[in-house]
Design a protein. Sequence first.
Length: 311
Amino acid sequence: MITVLGPTASGKTSLAVCLAHRLGGEILSADSRQVYQGMDIGTGKDLGEYTVEGNSIPFHLIDLVPAGERYSLFAWQRAFHEAYGAIKSRGVRYPILCGGTGLYAEAVLRGYNLPDVPPNEALRQRLQGKGIDELQQLLTSYGPLHNKTDLDSPQRAIRAIEIADYIQAQRASGIDYTEYPPIDSVILCLDLPREARRSRITARLKERLEKEDMIGEIEGLLASGVTPEALIYYGLEYKFITRYVLGELNYEEMFTLLEIAIHQFAKRQMTWFRGMERRGFTLHYIDALLPMEEKVAVSLDYFKEWEQSRH
């Protein structure tokens, strides 16, 4: 598989689509908000970009559920593997995973063990107050049932123990669960200098508000019955514009707060991607300011090197 990562406004979709066109690939979206129907402008679906030289590039994992619902990483991982399996069964050699939700991408690249485990309040209460070292020791007693990134805080360790305890009980009852293997992939990451990233984010926000009627999109979602609370839960554009529509913010306040929030979000995205390197992944950084043909050429060079290293 080919994976294209990058912060918001870096041009991930355009690059992924060009690569899919050159390689005969199909695209799998790794975006936690593009799964919602009707949330198009605010999530940057940019569906018009999936056509190159008159050819439509197939895409997946977009518009999976109605707006207003909550969609979990567990559900997305399952949907990913269904789509990925279908793509491979059609003889497509290189599906292309594209998105900015690092957790989603890493979940399938690493093969996270994510059974749909309900909260165990009794277990959580017993574990409250224990230190991280004690929790880690308890977690290892369950065997190799967890991924190492679950060990960096007491909260994550407790959730990992909760999952391990659930799996152990399921197996003791003769009930199995789905485990997904890691997926081998060359990972490309678009990189933008900080000021260029900030400039792009601001310009794109203005365009979405002034030309694409992002406010109208959110007013339409509210009119369709999606609650303000549900939209605010989705964050960023949906949070601040909903508050504007409700009269809680004026236009200038909304724009300023939203602009700051998107800048902070992009910074967190890059922090996650660099964290993936510390967790053992190799990311190949590509200058997002290069002309598209150069970005494609650099990407294909990395892809060929990766291909050769596998043989």
